[in-house]
Ligand binder design. Structure first.
Ligand SMILES: Cc1cc2nc3c(=O)[nH]c(=O)nc-3n(C[C@H](O)[C@H](O)[C@H](O)COP(=O)(O)OP(=O)(O)OC[C@H]3O[C@@H](n4cnc5c(N)ncnc54)[C@H](O)[C@@H]3O)c2cc1C
Ligand SMILES: *[C@@H]1O[C@H](CO)[C@@H](O)[C@H](O)[C@H]1NC(C)=O
Ligand SMILES: *[C@@H]1O[C@H](CO)[C@@H](O)[C@H](O)[C@H]1NC(C)=O
Ligand SMILES: *[C@@H]1O[C@H](CO)[C@@H](O)[C@H](O)[C@H]1NC(C)=O
Ligand SMILES: *[C@@H]1O[C@H](CO)[C@@H](O)[C@H](O)[C@H]1NC(C)=O
Ligand SMILES: *[C@@H]1O[C@H](CO)[C@@H](O)[C@H](O)[C@H]1NC(C)=O
Ligand SMILES: *[C@@H]1O[C@H](CO)[C@@H](O)[C@H](O)[C@H]1NC(C)=O
Ligand SMILES: *[C@@H]1O[C@H](CO)[C@@H](O)[C@H](O)[C@H]1NC(C)=O
Ligand SMILES: *[C@@H]1O[C@H](CO)[C@@H](O)[C@H](O)[C@H]1NC(C)=O
Ligand SMILES: *[C@@H]1O[C@H](CO)[C@@H](O)[C@H](O)[C@H]1NC(C)=O
Ligand SMILES: *[C@@H]1O[C@H](CO)[C@@H](O)[C@H](O)[C@H]1NC(C)=O
Ligand SMILES: *[C@@H]1O[C@H](CO)[C@@H](O)[C@H](O)[C@H]1NC(C)=O
Length: 599
């Protein structure tokens, strides 16, 4: 009951280091791979690449090669245990990127984790599952001129992703989500938290006590996110669900799918020209900087799913980007496409903590190793207990009060996609949270992560050198506009209003650290700039769109080329007002249908 059969088999295949390779997994580019013919070559096995590889190989006539830069250890304990997500940044599952100094963050540079393993960033993320809102997708449809990206038209693809499952502890979930909007046929299992936290009833009671400010939302995945409700996570039976444990596990035994790991695509290459356009069906691969390279050629298409940082990086290295910029970097331009690497946007993250009148918070797991060991034993038995959840069980999506006045005063139009889309997010956490300062060794905390969810700032991904093993220069431009910091200020004020509800009167003791000193708008801005980081949701760097704003046509084909598509979060024209793995899966579902139709 605890493990799906597929997972048991995968566990056997990957349980111990040095286990013999089973099935179609290759640890490097062997002769067998180099001489085989593939219809489609997919670059990157994260959310986009994993889903695309799985859907394409449902058609037995389509032979697919999936190339992943990272390794195959996706069943690693630290990946599987939800509460260990924070150990994955700066681990061997991370690309270890860092941004350039961020003007909006007092010129601090921040870590920019990206998954480096089968599953990609779904193997290192915080597992929140969001579909995105009706207005988000309807805006995509307007910007691309393709009604197929509207919320209504995407419904069948949402259905293919979403599989609501029982929570790990099998508790009664009545009132925690709306069963009528979920499906039980999708590939990605999701669930509400399977371990009860003492703060849960306080959070829910606040929605009854302050319903105007914080309305209860039974299910933020209905297309309308506004309000506070129960978080749905890519967790099943207490284990993290990734694109590898879901999509790739389903495809694993298919003879038409080969997966090669520890192998990087360094460039896409033209194999000829058709009607004046380069036919980009070639990829160059290498395992080490300056090491031996090989060239592979797809019969039909190359699909870039290397994510919002590496997909534009590969395109720029291949001569696809702003021609004058590429020339200045010493790269021969192949296609002049200025949108490549631009339009990078992301959500800004701020941890705000309070000291609380309780000894029963998740902080105990951090400071009490006996308790942590007991929790691990329980998790290993059946996935239950505090290790089987992420840090909190509810969150909320809110709009600034009087939005049109608020943004008019700042001289801009409302940056959200519409009434179903939030300006900011509040995420509850049953313990201390900060990406800025180390957790205290004692004390018990409640925290709200505040996040700017419809940002106006845009940054870019550019080249530091022409060496494909060198990291690109990453500038997400976090809090880069007055509008974004004003929204973060509203989010912090909302968090304070939330805990001022009667439900918290015997619980909250005081604000903690620099937060407690920040009261005036000036003080708040200083606190915010000094402590904000990223929610790790970069998108938009190779965006779909009309005219010069878009690098991709609405069918995800790279403009000015033949045989090359992008299927990952870099294709989003606008960041969804939600977390980004769900929208990446949904985009990949539609992309796979398009590819199967075309080839
Ligand atoms: C720390 C963190 C927390 C997050 N929390 C959440 C959350 O709670 N909820 C949510 O919805 N989203 C979250 N996200 C974001 C979400 O995981 C991503 O939006 C999603 O995974 C994007 O999918 P993708 O296919 O674009 O890229 P990825 O999933 O990053 O996949 C890209 C893959 O391509 C591989 N690759 C890159 N370059 C090459 C190359 N040259 N050759 C071969 N392979 C290559 C990478 O190794 C990787 O496996 C989080 C992300 C991070 C990093
Ligand atoms: C898990 O993470 C911890 C902390 O970073 C590390 O010490 C440990 O070796 C990791 N375990 C595995 C199985 O990789
Ligand atoms: C990231 O850093 C960790 C810790 O130093 C290291 O083990 C890992 O190999 C690095 N990742 C990559 C892709 O180099
Ligand atoms: C999980 O195991 C614990 C301890 O062994 C037990 O108390 C609990 O009932 C089990 N839960 C489920 C859902 O199997
Ligand atoms: C779950 O709770 C709801 C509301 O309290 C109740 O109506 C329902 O019968 C319960 N379901 C089960 C299976 O106990
Ligand atoms: C929340 O409200 C319920 C129902 O009114 C009540 O039983 C419960 O004690 C409240 N919880 C807290 C922590 O106030
Ligand atoms: C927490 O533990 C301390 C030390 O044992 C005790 O004095 C205090 O009363 C406890 N607080 C609560 C809320 O249980
Ligand atoms: C640590 O956890 C263990 C096991 O639950 C418990 O017995 C012990 O009292 C805890 N230690 C402290 C200092 O709270
Ligand atoms: C919103 O506007 C209304 C009407 O103009 C006003 O009464 C109310 O105080 C405003 N609310 C806020 C939070 O500014
Ligand atoms: C990237 O952004 C920086 C900072 O805004 C800007 O100076 C630079 O010109 C941009 N580069 C490209 C190639 O767009
Ligand atoms: C760019 O390369 C230089 C020289 O290797 C290095 O010092 C610098 O840190 C790199 N910049 C980034 C943003 O990676
Ligand atoms: C910024 O935060 C750091 C870490 O908490 C702190 O040491 C420093 O004093 C803060 N700086 C300002 C200007 O608040």
């Amino acid at each position: 009951m605890f493990c799906a059969i597929g997972l048991v088999l995968l566990t056997l295949a990957f349980a111990s280091p040095g286990t013999q390779v089973l099935g179609k997994l290759f640890q490097g580019p062997t002769e067998e791979i180099l001489k085989r013919a593939y219809d489609v070559i997919i670059v990157g096995a994260g959310a986009g690449g994993g889903a695309t590889a799985s859907r394409l190989t449902e058609d037995p006539r389509v032979r697919v090669l999936l190339i992943e830069a990272g390794g195959s250890d996706f069943m690693n304990l630290n990946i599987s245990v939800p509460a260990r997500a924070s150990t994955l940044s700066r681990s061997r599952f991370d690309w270890n990127f860092t941004t350039v100094p961020q003007v909006g963050l007092d010129n601090r540079a921040v870590l920019y984790p990206r998954g480096f393993v089968l599953g990609g960033s779904t193997a290192i993320n915080q597992m929140v599952f969001c579909r995105g809102t009706k207005d988000d997708y309807d805006r995509w449809a307007r910007l691309t001129g393709d009604e197929g990206w509207s919320f209504e038209k995407l419904a069948p693809f949402v259905r293919s992703v979403d599989r609501m499952t029982l929570p790990t502890d099998r508790h009664n979930t009545s009132g925690q989500f709306d069963p009528s909007i979920h499906h039980h046929v999708g590939t990605v299992p999701i669930s509400v938290a399977g371990f009860p936290l003492p703060i849960n009833s306080r959070v829910i009671n606040t929605t009854a006590q302050l319903p105007d400010l914080f309305p209860f939302n039974l299910d933020y995945n209905s297309g309308d996110t506004i309000g506070i409700g129960w978080t749905q996570s890519t967790i099943h039976d207490g284990r993290r669900v990734t694109s590898a444990t879901s999509y790739l596990a389903e495809a694993w035994s298919r003879s038409n799918l080969d997966i090669v790991v520890n192998t990087r695509v360094t460039k896409v290459l033209p194999v000829g020209y058709e009607s004046g356009k380069p036919v980009m069906r070639g990829v160059e691969i290498a395992q080490t900087a300056g090491g031996r390279t090989h060239t592979l050629k797809a019969r039909e298409e190359v699909v870039l799913s290397a994510g919002s940082i590496k997909t534009p990086h590969i395109l720029l290295l291949s001569g696809i980007g702003d021609a004058s910029y590429l020339s200045s970097m010493g790269i021969q331009p192949l296609v002049d496409l200025p949108a490549v690497g631009r339009n990078l946007h992301d959500h800004a993250f701020l941890g705000n903590s309070w000291l609380v009148n309780s000894n029963d918070t998740l902080d105990n797991l951090r400071v009490n190793s006996t308790l942590a060991a007991e929790a691990l034993t329980q998790w290993q038995a059946n996935g239950t207990g505090p290790l089987g959840i992420a840090g909190g069980s509810q969150f909320g999506w809110l709009r600034v009060p009087n939005a049109s006045d608020f943004f008019a005063a700042l001289g801009v139009a409302d940056p959200s996609a519409g009434a179903t889309s939030a300006h900011f997010e509040l995420i509850t956490t049953d313990g201390f949270i900060s990406k800025r300062i180390a957790p205290p060794t004692e004390g018990h905390f409640f925290s709200f992560i505040t996040a700017v969810i419809s940002p106006t700032a845009r940054g870019n991904v550019t080249l530091n050198s022409t060496d494909p093993f060198d990291a690109p220069i990453i500038n997400p431009n976090l809090l880069g506009t007055d509008v974004d910091i004003a929204v973060m200020r509203e989010a912090v004020k909302a968090a304070r209003s939330f805990v001022a509800a009667p439900a918290w009167s015997d619980y909250i003791i005081s604000e903690f650290g620099a937060f407690a000193e920040a009261h005036t708008d000036e003080e708040l801005d200083a606190y915010i700039r000094n402590n904000t980081d990223t929610v790790d949701h970069p998108v938009g760097t190779v965006a779909m769109g009309k005219g010069a704003q878009g690098a991709l046509d609405s069918d995800l084909k790279v403009k000015g080329t033949i045989g090359l598509r992008v299927v990952d979060a870099s294709a989003f024209p606008f960041i969804p007002s939600g977390h980004t793995q769900g929208p990446t899966y949904i985009l990949a579902e539609r992309a796979a249908a398009m590819i199967l139709r075309d080839i």
